[in-house]
Ligand binder design. Structure first.
Ligand code: ADP
Length: 683
C-alpha cells in the first residue's frame, strides 16, 4: 500500500537528504571562497606587474644614464687626446667644448688645468683651480693621475658649501709619461637626474642617487614623494664612484576594491551568503517538517494497523479509495483488490444485493443513518458475518465533501454473547417458573384434590344411584345420572384446565409473539393467582377497561410477569389485617403515552417498599424474603422491556404498592406476517 511504498527505504532517503544538506553549503562556501580569492589574486598579480614594470623601467633609465655618460666620456677622452696632441688650444678648444656643453646639458662645466692645477681654459667665466674642487674631486684627480685613466669623483658639494652636489670626471693628460694637466668635466647630480631621466618616468617615480651607505645624494620627485611600495635599486658603477640608482614608485598598492568587478563580486558573495543562510534555514525547516510528517505517518499507520475496527474510505462516486488492514482481514481480501473498485463489492452477500444497492444509493444521496446500521458481509471464504457500519462524510481543508469514511465493526462475538445471554435468560425464566411452580405445587395438589374428590363423590353417587334405582325400580333415572355425570365432567375439566395452564407455564420454549387480548391474558393467569390468594385469604378484584386494543406479545412471558407481581403482592399482604387483603388487577389505556399503550397495574395494600429496598428492587438475587430467590422483578422487567414496554412501581396512596407495566398496543396496519387469527382481531 501507499504507506508501505513510502517507507520502503526511509534510512537511505534520510542519508541522501543529510548528504545533500551538508554538501550544498560546502559547495557554496567553496564557490564563495573562489569568488573572494579571485580579486585578491588579481590584486597580487597587478602588484607584481607594477613591480616588474618598475624594475624594467629602472633598468632602462640606468642604461640610458650609463649610455649618455659613456658618450660624454668618449667625447672628453677625444678632447683630452687632441689636447695632448696639441691640436686643440685657444679659441678652437673654447668652440669645441662650448658646443659639447650645449649638446650635453647634463654637463655643467669643463675645465682644462695644467699640471700644477691651474686653469688653462674653462667653459665658465669664473676662473678655477684644482684646489677649488671638493676633496672628493681632488682625490679623484690624484687617482686619475696615478692610474693614468679617467676617474669620476664621488659627488660632493663645492668646498664650504652645502650644495649643489657635483660629480667631476677627471681625464689625466699625458704626453708620453709626462703629466701635463687634466681635463675636468663637472656634472651636477641634479642635472644628471633632470636631463637623463625621461619625464614620464620621473612623473611616476621618485628617482634618487645614493652612495654605497644608502645616503641620498640627490633626488628627483616630479610626481611627488615615492610611497615605498614598489622600489628598486640599480648599481651605477662608474670608474672611481660607486653610485646606486634608486627608484621609488609614487603609486600605492592596488586597492582591493578598485573596480566594478570586485564590487559586484562582493555584492554577489553577500547575496550568495544570504541565500545560503535562507536555503539552510529552509532546508532545516523542511527537514523538521518532514520528520514531523514521517512521525505522524508512522503514528497513523501504527494506529490504523492496531485498530480492530475496519476503515473504508470512498469517493463521491462510491469508489473505494482506502481500506485499513483490519478491514482487509475482516473480509479476507487484499487491499489491492478493493481499492479503486466500484460496487458491487466482493464482500457483498449475493442474497442481500438489493439491500446493499439501496443503502449505497441512499449514501450517495447523502442519507446516512447517524446511529449506524447492521448488515451482513461475506468473507472471501464464503462465511457470512454480522457487521455494524457507521458512515460519515469525508471533508477536505475547506470543508468540502470529498467522499465517505465508513467504520465497520465485526459484531459476530457480540451477537454470540447476545444469543448466549438470551438463552441464559430464557433458562433463568424457566427455572424461575419451575421455582414458582414448586411453591404452588402443594397448593396445586390440594386444589386438584377438590375436583378429584368431587368427581369421585359424583361418580360414587352416580354408581350408588344406579345400584339403588335398579334395586328399587328396576331402571335408572337418566336425568339424574346425566346431572351427576355433567358435574363430574365439569370438575374434571376444571382440574384439566389447572394442569394445562401449569404445563404451558412450565414448558421451556422460544418466546413467540402473537396478538394477545389483555382480558384473555388475565383470564389465563387468574386460576393460578387464585391458588395462592386463597392460601393467604386474599380477595382478587379485576377491572379491565372495555375495548382495549390487543398487544403483540408472548403470552406465557406476560403470564409469568403477572404471576410474579401478584405473588409478590399477595406475600406483601400476609401480615396486614384480613379486611385489607385485597389484590386488584387493573388494565386500561395508558393516559399520557405518545403512542397507544396498554397499562396493567397490580395493586396491593401490603407493607409497601422502603427506600433502601426500592433502590435495589430490580437487582438480581435481591430479596427480603427468607425463601426468596430475588429474580422475580428482574425477570419481569426484562420480559416487559422485551415487549417494548416499561415496568415501574409506586406507593399506593391507600397503603401498599402499585406495580405497573405498559405494553405498546398493536398498530392498526397489520403486518403481512401476522396470522389470519390475529388479523381477525382487528376486524
Ligand atoms: P423475591 O420475591 O424472590 O424476593 P423479587 O425480585 O420478586 O424477588 O422481589 C424482590 C423484593 O422486592 C422482595 O423481596 C420484596 O422485598 C420486594 N417486593 C416486591 N414486590 C413487592 C410488593 N408488592 N410489596 C412490597 N415489597 C415488594
Amino acid at each position: 500500500m501507499k504507506n508501505r511504498t513510502q517507507n520502503q527505504n526511509p534510512g537511505g532517503l534520510r542519508n541522501r537528504r543529510q548528504i545533500w544538506r551538508w554538501s550544498l553549503p560546502v559547495l557554496l562556501l567553496l564557490f564563495l571562497s573562489t569568488l573572494l580569492w579571485l580579486p585578491w589574486q588579481a590584486q597580487r598579480m597587478e602588484a607584481n606587474e607594477r613591480q616588474e614594470q618598475l624594475i624594467a623601467d629602472t633598468l632602462w633609465v640606468e642604461q640610458t644614464i650609463r649610455f649618455q655618460l659613456s658618450r660624454d666620456e668618449e667625447s672628453l677622452d677625444l678632447v683630452g687626446s687632441e689636447i695632448t696632441a696639441g691640436n686643440l688650444a685657444g679659441k678652437k678648444w673654447q668652440d669645441r667644448l662650448t658646443a659639447l656643453l650645449r649638446n650635453n646639458r647634463e654637463l655643467d662645466r669643463i675645465v682644462w688645468l695644467d699640471a700644477a692645477g691651474n686653469q688653462i681654459a674653462s667653459t665658465d667665466h669664473v676662473p678655477v683651480r684644482l684646489a677649488d674642487y671638493s676633496t672628493q674631486s681632488q682625490l679623484a684627480a690624484q687617482r686619475a693621475r696615478d692610474t693614468k685613466t679617467p676617474q669620476y669623483s664621488h659627488p660632493a658639494p663645492p668646498p664650504g658649501l652645502s650644495g649643489p652636489m657635483q660629480m667631476d670626471y677627471h681625464v689625466p693628460l699625458y704626453i708620453g709619461d709626462r703629466y701635463t694637466g687634466s681635463l675636468i668635466a663637472s656634472y651636477l647630480t641634479s642635472s644628471i637626474l633632470d636631463q637623463m631621466v625621461p619625464w614620464w618616468f620621473a612623473q611616476d617615480n621618485e628617482i634618487a642617487l645614493t652612495d654605497s651607505d644608502d645616503n641620498t645624494i640627490d633626488k628627483r620627485a616630479a610626481g611627488g614623494p615615492g610611497r615605498s611600495v614598489y622600489t628598486h635599486r640599480r648599481a651605477l658603477d662608474l670608474p672611481g664612484a660607486a653610485l646606486t640608482l634608486r627608484t621609488n614608485s609614487v603609486k600605492n598598492a592596488p586597492k582591493l576594491l578598485p573596480n566594478l568587478l570586485v564590487g559586484s563580486v562582493i555584492a554577489l558573495s553577500v547575496g550568495l551568503l544570504w541565500s545560503l543562510g535562507a536555503l539552510w534555514r529552509d532546508i532545516n525547516r523542511r527537514l523538521a517538517a518532514e520528520g514531523a510528517l514521517r512521525q505522524q505517518v508512522s503514528f497513523r499507520t501504527a494506529m490504523e494497523n492496531s485498530l480492530v475496527t475496519g476503515l473504508r474510505a470512498r469517493d463521491l462516486e462510491g469508489r473505494v479509495t482506502y481500506v485499513n488492514p483490519a478491514f482487509c482481514q475482516m473480509v479476507g481480501t487484499q487491499a489491492e483488490d478493493l481499492v479503486g473498485r466500484l460496487p458491487p463489492m466482493p464482500y457483498w452477500a449475493p442474497e442481500a444485493m438489493a439491500e446493499y444497492q439501496q443503502r449505497f444509493s441512499e449514501m450517495l444521496a447523502g442519507k446516512v443513518p447517524q446511529q449506524g446500521f447492521e448488515t451482513v458481509f461475506l468473507r472471501a471464504s464464503g462465511k457470512r458475518f454480522p457487521v455494524l457500519v457507521f458512515e460519515s462524510p469525508l471533508l477536505d481543508d475547506h470543508g468540502n465533501q470529498t467522499g465517505w469514511m465508513g467504520s465497520i465493526l465485526d459484531i459476530s462475538d457480540r451477537k454470540q454473547i447476545e444469543d448466549l445471554n438470551r438463552q441464559q435468560q430464557e433458562k433463568l425464566q424457566a427455572s424461575a417458573r419451575l421455582a414458582s411452580m414448586g411453591e404452588i405445587a402443594s397448593t396445586l395438589a390440594h386444589e386438584l384434590n377438590q375436583p378429584l374428590a368431587a368427581i369421585s363423590s359424583y361418580t360414587t353417587g352416580a354408581l350408588n344411584m344406579i345400584n339403588n334405582s335398579i334395586e328399587q325400580h328396576g331402571s335408572v333415572d337418566p336425568e339424574m345420572l346425566r346431572l351427576a355425570l355433567e358435574k363430574a365432567s365439569s370438575q374434571a375439566q376444571r382440574a384439566g384446565h389447572v394442569i394445562r395452564s401449569v404445563h404451558a407455564f412450565v414448558k421451556q420454549r422460544e418466546p413467540a409473539r402473537e396478538p394477545v387480548t389483555i382480558a384473555a391474558l388475565i383470564d389465563n393467569v387468574i386460576p393460578l393467582v387464585e391458588l395462592q390468594a386463597r392460601q393467604f385469604f386474599v380477595s382478587i378484584q379485576t377491572r379491565i377497561a372495555p375495548a382495549l386494543p390487543p398487544v403483540l406479545a408472548d403470552c406465557v412471558l406476560l403470564e409469568q410477569v403477572l404471576l410474579n407481581l401478584t405473588r409478590n403482592a399477595i406475600e406483601a399482604m400476609q401480615e396486614v389485617a384480613p379486611e385489607r387483603r385485597i389484590l386488584r388487577i387493573v388494565a386500561a389505556l395508558e393516559p399520557a403515552a405518545p403512542a397507544t399503550s396498554v397499562m396493567i397495574s397490580v395493586i396491593d395494600r401490603g407493607h409497601g417498599i422502603p427506600d433502601e429496598v426500592a433502590a435495589r428492587l430490580f437487582s438480581p438475587f435481591f430479596s427480603t424474603k427468607a425463601e426468596g430467590m430475588g429474580m422475580g422483578l428482574n425477570i419481569c422487567r426484562t420480559a416487559v422491556e422485551f415487549h417494548g414496554g416499561t415496568l415501574t412501581h409506586a406507593g399506593n396512596p391507600q397503603g401498599g404498592t402499585i406495580f405497573r407495566f405498559s405494553l405498546p398496543a398493536m398498530p392498526r396496519n397489520v403486518p403481512d406476517a401476522m396470522t389470519a387469527d390475529a388479523k381477525s382481531l382487528f376486524q
